[in-house]
Design a protein around this ligand. Structure first.
Ligand code: FES
Length: 219
């Protein structure tokens, strides 16, 4: 009985997925990237980081790398989308979708769609980061608590691997006259306190109408 069941088990990935998983392209950390995106998946808690180098005159992605703390689907998608993104303009690269990546990989099991989405969101976050740092974001949405909350979904809580909003690490957010105040549910001498603070400052400091960011710890 057991033997019969075992013989029914099939590896759910296409050859192409396995090939990119075993030998992923463009893997690694980039020193001094022009744009950096870090995304976490609410579905599984995995993370992906994407780095881009952009030619300022043409806005062409000259180099792109990724680091994945996800599964085979995530690594294979990261490999494929970074291949596709290299040499594209930011506008073209924004249009890369997880479906396109999945097709390129010969399909992914439906349960693994979120892994592919995660890699694509990492690339988009890196592009967005570049655009914000270079004043290319045209819509000037005023910074509200909601905007801050959305931004903080891109700051990871290293204790869990999920972001600091979903893990209820943020007790309070206030925005008054361009000053954003964020209260974090951690003591200031916690081992991750300074890394989290730095990440929050970086994510909020680039908002167009924010003059200062205060990160307050509970003790
Ligand atoms: Fe988390 Fe695939 S299961 S990235």
């Amino acid at each position: 009985m057991k033997v019969e069941k075992k013989s029914e088990i099939r590896f759910p990935y296409s050859e192409k997925v396995l090939e990119h998983f075993r030998n992923p392209h463009n893997v690694g950390k980039m020193e001094n990237p022009d744009g950096k995106g870090l995304e976490g998946s609410p579905a599984c808690g995995d993370m992906v980081a994407v780095y881009i180098k952009v030619k300022p005159e043409t806005k062409v992605i000259e180099d792109v790398k990724f680091e994945s703390y996800g599964c085979a689907s995530n690594i294979a998608t990261g490999s494929v989308i970074t291949d596709i993104a290299r040499g594209k303009t930011l506008e073209e690269a924004k249009k890369i979708t997880w479906k396109q990546a999945s097709e390129e990989l010969g399909g992914l099991p439906p349960i693994k769609a979120h892994c592919s989405v995660l890699a694509v969101e990492g690339l988009r976050a890196a592009i967005r980061d570049y655009e914000e740092k270079h004043g290319l974001v045209t819509e000037k949405e005023p910074t509200t608590e909601e905007v801050v909350r959305r931004r903080l979904k891109h700051v990871m809580n290293p204790l869990t691997g999920l972001d600091i909003i979903r893990t209820d690490l943020i007790l309070k957010i206030t925005v008054v006259d361009g000053t954003v105040r964020v209260v974090v549910d951690l003591p200031s001498d916690h081992q991750f306190a300074s890394a989290i603070k730095e990440d929050i400052m970086e994510k909020l400091g680039s908002l167009w109408d924010v003059k200062s960011v205060e990160v307050v710890f509970t003790a």
